[in-house]
Design a protein around this ligand. Structure first.
Ligand code: SF4
Length: 220
């Protein structure tokens, strides 16, 4: 993969889940950076409680578990952390420090709720996998989401289509960030579950104005 971005251009991996849900939600958080409390609310939906995951085992002879793993991709221009990487031993993969044999990385991400009707969790996990592929110089075919509500793992295959979706999203995220553009609101049913509904004003704001310009005008 080509190095397309410098480190000062990197965006947060976790933002891609916001972008997949709504590009405006992502821009309100990451471009306008107005609503830290709402970011906490959104990020708080993230479950970091591995004891709930009956699949996750501590390091042993067959599996090595790394938690809160720093991730970076120069091809996507993303950085952040992954909840868990399981390394499974086999005939191929990478070498691990202090371990013999070959190990294949398997990313696992934790969410509080249940599987979503859209692909926001899948693109986040796939973006993490692409980071790992770059960092470890290997190929990762699949990973898993663990949902606290269903207490199940969902296996995610990193298909060509899903990878392309990640690339398309990240390219658009970088374009909007560079130009400091917040897309106008488009009211949809999913707005009802959006933590930024009250600041986005999807039904009342003029599509051609940013929220900042709206608030300035309203506060005059
Ligand atoms: S309220 Fe709707 S349009 Fe506004 S940020 Fe949320 S999902 Fe996007």
């Amino acid at each position: 993969m080509k190095n397309l971005y410098n480190e000062d251009e990197f965006l947060l991996i976790s933002g891609i889940q916001h972008f997949a849900f709504c590009s405006r939600q992502w821009a309100l958080i990451h471009v306008e950076q107005l609503w830290a409390e709402n970011v906490k609310t959104i990020e708080g939906q993230h479950l970091h409680n591995r004891v709930d995951d009956p699949f996750l085992k501590d390091s042993g002879n067959q599996i090595e578990v790394w938690r809160s793993v720093s991730l970076i991709s120069y091809s996507l221009g993303l950085t952040g952390r992954g909840d868990v990487v399981e390394f499974k031993t086999g005939d191929s993969g990478i070498e691990l420090p202090g371990k013999t044999g070959w190990w294949t990385p398997f990313p696992v991400e934790y969410k509080r709720g249940k599987p979503k009707p859209d692909e926001r969790d899948e693109v986040q996990l796939c973006a993490q996998a692409i980071c790992m592929e770059e960092m470890f110089e290997t190929t990762i075919e699949e990973g898993a989401m663990f949902y606290g509500e269903t207490r199940r793992r969902a296996i995610i295959s990193f298909t060509k289509e899903l990878r392309q979706q990640v690339v398309d999203y990240t390219e658009e995220m970088h374009r909007l960030f560079k130009l400091a553009i917040t897309p106008p609101p488009v009211y949809k049913p999913h707005c009802k579950s959006c933590s930024l509904f009250d600041v986005c004003l999807p039904k009342s704001i003029n599509r051609n104005r940013t929220v900042i310009s709206y608030l300035k005008r309203e506060l005059q």
